[in-house]
Write a protein that binds this ligand. Sequence first.
Ligand code: PNS
Length: 164
Amino acid sequence: MDQITAVCPGSFDPVTVGHLDIIRRAANMFAHVIVVVATNSSKRPSFTAEERIEMIKLATADIPNVSVTHYDGLLADYAKQVGAGAIVKGLRAMSDFEYEFQMALTNKKLNPDVETVFLTTKAENMYLSSSMVKEIGRMGADIRDFVPEVIHETVLKRIKTERK
Ligand code: PNS
C-alpha cells in the first residue's frame, strides 16, 4: 500500500488522541494521508474548519506524510479529485459499526475506486469522542489525557467560554 494515498475524514471537533492514533497508524500504512475536515450535517461544531485544521496540523507536525485540509462536499468526490485509493476510519465499539458501514457502502457506490479501511481503536480509546471531551472539559474535568498536549489550552479556552 506504499503507493496509495488515503483520506482520513472526520469532524475532528476537536482532534483527540484517539484520532491521532488512527492518523499515525494510517501514515505507517499508506504513502500519503490527507486528513479531511469534512462536514457532518448532523453536528454543530464548536470550532471553525480553519481552527480544526490548525489544531490537526499542530498535532501531526512530526508526521511527514500527513497533510490536512477542509472539504465541504461529498467525501467520495474529494477522494476522486485527489486520486485516493482508501478512506481510513477508526472503529470503536459496535455502536460505531452500523453508521460506519452505511457510510462505507454509500462511498463505495459514489466512488467505486475507493476502499474504506477500518482500523480498530486502541482499547484505551474505546470510549473517547470529541463530544465527550468537550462535555467533561466544560464541567471542569481534566482533559489532558484525551487531546494532544499541543492543543490542550486552545480546546480548554474555547469549551469553557462557549454557550451550549
Ligand atoms: O467524525 P464524524 O462526524 O463521525 O465524521 C463523519 C464525516 C464528516 C466523515 C461524514 O459526515 C462525511 O463524510 N461527510 C462529508 C459529506 C459526505 O460525503 N456525506 C456522505 C457520507 S456517506
